[in-house]
Design a protein around this ligand. Structure first.
Ligand code: MOS
Length: 754
């Protein structure tokens, strides 16, 4: 009988290893080329003219003086710009564009900062001076930027940027009746302000034409979607459009979908026959490149005296622009997060004279969980039971919204671990009772959830005769570590050491990869990369078995195996195998290649399992009433996000989200001037984000349970969930320290002085 000997298994798999960014050296040496670092011969610069009203019409536009300025090539506007078509929603992620009105389509101005003309010149300075010299006269009407919202439509189904949505989003039992008869009731409204993404790298486009072929460099979170939209706007076959995004200086959702500057740069390049670069100012990004919608959410909870939920009603309204139908899905997690027999989730919308809102880190769920988790904390206080215990009491066995099992849910274990690591048992629930070094402490907690699913993905893997590998996937690395994950996956499957794996991404000439959105890239690319690597290995084994002089000549490829970069005879072999590079060189073949694909699970109308990530935050604040100083002083976050492929990158994502959560809870808001509708704090001096000085020690723990429903490694992906629920934990801690309930973010010092 033959025995099968197991070839040497790699001692340390790259999966699950804390792996520093493979692109780190390029970034710290300044060699990573971001979009605006690319320059082309003859390139022109474009600067848009921004409307200074938020509601009205253009009645005069004077460009003659600007046109005569030195270096100016053109002032483009409604009367002289060549055709830009309106894009339509394509299948999947082939045509999402949140502001669908092409720039300059008519003379209507519906938000402050809307582009009304475009100056194009030989230098940025000349273009800026010319843009400033364009004189626009408006017939102005009073803008509606009213903060508090009343839903302005009520059909049962509304059209959104992603397709139709039922306004009654989820319902079971009779929530109103159960609320009416509940022994304990909570009924409050929570408000989250507009927030602006503020990635450090500004949005920008460099566009160039070669006949009917268009190439653009744009820091996009979805190059294929952008290609689809531009093909429609310029009436081109998709294959004529190439979108390139090598590095992204973060996005947080603001770069998911194309904004109007992009077709303007493309149109200018077409009309002037030269490459055109257009980079937004920080101020412009507040006006015309998306923001998190303002939300107003009424949450009604009914419970028994013991704390069992009997009714949950979540009614939310969000603002949108005059031009778009963006949907802020605050009810994303409501229907499954807790067990409750009677539930109703419904939404409404209100139009405002503002730029178009769009997805921002954890869209929907982040403002939604702020409201519902705050309500849970308030209910716990009302019941005089521990907020963790309230959650444990209402842990569901299944996803009650869909009536199916969870693929992997360890929420209670997150809570238990969080309590232990934080020292929650020492919490005295009495307000203002806990002190340290003369400061008052507040301890609060909240739960988190976020979608886990796969987008469709395709990848290509090459094994080369110098022992290196290349993986190609047209997804993007938005700073989250996708270069590194693709290298880790390829290394795992091929045995090629990480440093010998070349990664190509961010280009529509590569196999179609997923959008960098929804924290889904990692989970989506695993099956595609593994299948591609397996394809390359299969070709290699055929070559090994058919090359004259190969040590495996005359073997059937089925008799061969590939482990850790080497080829073996499956049965009865004794040696150490032959490195694949030797086999390729002997055959005089530079490389073998394989393609792989994975199907989407996102949007599946009939899923077998409910797939989500879960987690919780425990937060300490310190409060010094004498000097009105409030600080987040300690954070413990526990995440159940499937198997963590790279704990270093994973931790970094959660830490970043927590810092953003401190900003959301205490600092960030985009506020519109009631006079002219302008975002008034449209710069990084007045729009305050949390910085190092605001960031306390952040402890991050992962449970690391593989979720095999997502992919064979069980990796779900992380990025957004770290922000979900965080603000509710902070406001609970603030209440514990000060006795003040803040239900409108951000918490302001003046709220606490009342
Ligand atoms: Mo995220 S808002 O899906 O970039």
């Amino acid at each position: 009988m033959q025995t099968t000997q197991t070839p040497q298994i790699p001692t340390s798999s790259p999966i699950g290893r804390a792996t520093p960014r493979v692109d780190g050296p390029l970034k710290v040496c300044g060699l990573a080329k971001y979009t605006s670092d690319f320059n082309f011969p003859g390139q022109l610069y474009a600067v848009p003219v921004e409307a200074t009203i938020a509601n009205g019409r253009i009645i005069e536009l004077h460009t003659a003086a600007a046109e005569k300025m030195p270096g100016v090539r053109a002032i483009l506007h409604r009367q002289n710009i060549d055709k830009i078509f309106r894009s339509t929603l394509g299948p999947g992620f082939a045509g999402i564009c949140i502001e669908r009105r092409p720039p300059f389509e008519d003379d209507v101005v519906s938000y402050y900062g809307q582009y009304v003309a475009l100056a194009v010149a030989d230098s940025f300075e000349s273009a800026k001076a010319a843009a400033d010299a364009v004189v626009v006269k408006y017939a102005e009407e009073k803008p509606n930027v009213e903060k508090y919202l009343e839903a302005d439509e009520d059909p049962a189904t509304v059209m959104t940027s992603y397709g139709p949505e039922r306004r009654l989003q989820s319902e079971r039992g009779d929530a109103a009746a159960a609320f009416a008869s509940a022994p304990v009731k909570h009924d409050q409204t929570y408000v989250t302000p507009a927030e602006t993404h503020n990635p450090i790298e500004l949005q920008g486009t460099t566009a160039m034409w070669d006949g009917d072929n268009l190439t653009i460099y744009e820091e996009s979170q979805g190059v294929f979607n952008m290609r689809g939209v531009l093909a429609q706007m310029f009436g081109l076959p998709k294959e004529n459009v190439r979108v390139i995004t090598k590095f992204v200086g973060s996005g947080f959702g603001s770069k998911l979908w194309p904004w109007t500057h992009c077709p303007l740069a493309v149109a200018a390049a077409r009309q002037l026959g030269k490459p055109v670069k257009l980079v937004l100012s920080r101020k412009m990004t507040f006006q015309s490149a998306g923001h998190r919608a303002l939300t107003q959410q009424r949450v009604r909870l009914g419970a028994t005296a013991e704390g069992k939920l009997v009714s949950l009603q979540h009614d939310y309204v969000y603002h949108r622009s005059m031009l778009d139908d963006y949907h802020e899905n605050c009810g994303e997690a409501t229907s499954f997060h807790y067990s409750v027999p009677n539930l109703r989730v419904e939404f409404g919308r209100a139009r405002r004279n503002i730029g178009t809102p769009s997805d921002m880190r954890g869209p929907g769920a982040v403002p939604g969980l702020y409201a519902t988790e705050s309500a849970m904390n308030e209910l716990a206080d009302q019941l005089k039971i521990d907020p963790v215990r309230l959650r444990v009491l209402n842990e569901p066995n299944i996803d009650e919204g869909k009536g199916i099992l969870f693929s992997s849910r360890h929420y209670i274990e997150c809570l238990e671990q969080g309590m232990e690591k934080f020292g929650w048992s020492k919490r005295n629930p009495e307000i203002g009772s806990m002190k340290r070094d003369g400061q008052t402490l507040g301890w609060g907690m909240a739960g988190a959830a976020w979608i886990a699913a796969r987008f469709a993905a395709a990848a290509n893997v090459e094994l080369r005769d110098d022992g290196t590998a290349r993986v190609a996937c047209g997804t993007q690395d938005i700073g989250t570590g996708t270069y590194t994950i693709l290298a880790q996956l390829t290394s795992q499957r091929t045995g090629v050491p990480l440093e010998k794996v070349e990664v190509a991404l961010g280009d529509t000439s590569l196999p179609e990869g997923p959008i960098s959105g929804g924290s889904m890239v990692t989970g989506s690319v695993v099956p595609a990369v593994f299948a591609a690597a397996d394809g390359a290995i299969a070709s290699l084994l055929t070559i090994a078995a058919t090359t004259p002089g190969s040590p495996f000549e005359k073997r059937n490829p089925d008799e061969l195996s590939f482990e850790n970069g080497r080829v073996f005879v499956k049965a009865g072999h004794t040696g150490g195998g032959v490195p694949f590079a030797d086999l390729l060189r002997r055959a005089n073949i530079r490389l073998v290649t394989g393609n792989g694909k994975s199907e989407a699970t996102f949007g599946n109308p009939k899923p077998k399992f409910s797939t989500h990530s879960f987690g919780c935050h425990f937060v300490e604040v310190t409060w010094q009433p004498e000097i009105a100083r409030l600080r987040v002083s300690r954070v413990v976050t526990v995440m159940d996000a499937g198997r963590i492929l790279n704990p270093l990158a994973g931790r970094n994502q959660i830490e970043g989200a927590v810092v953003m959560g401190i900003g959301m809870a205490l600092l960030e808001h985009t506020t519109y001037d009631p006079q002219n509708g302008a975002p008034i704090n449209s710069n990084l001096a007045d729009y305050i984000v949390a910085v190092n000085a605001d960031s306390p020690p952040i402890e991050v723990h992962f449970l690391d349970y593989p979720d095999k429903e997502i992919n064979e490694l069980g990796a779900r992906g992380i990025g957004e969930i770290g922000l979900a629920g965080f603000a509710a934990a902070v406001t609970a801690a603030v209440h514990h320290a000060t006795g003040v309930r803040v239900r409108e973010l951000p918490v302001k010092i003046e709220n606490l002085l009342a």
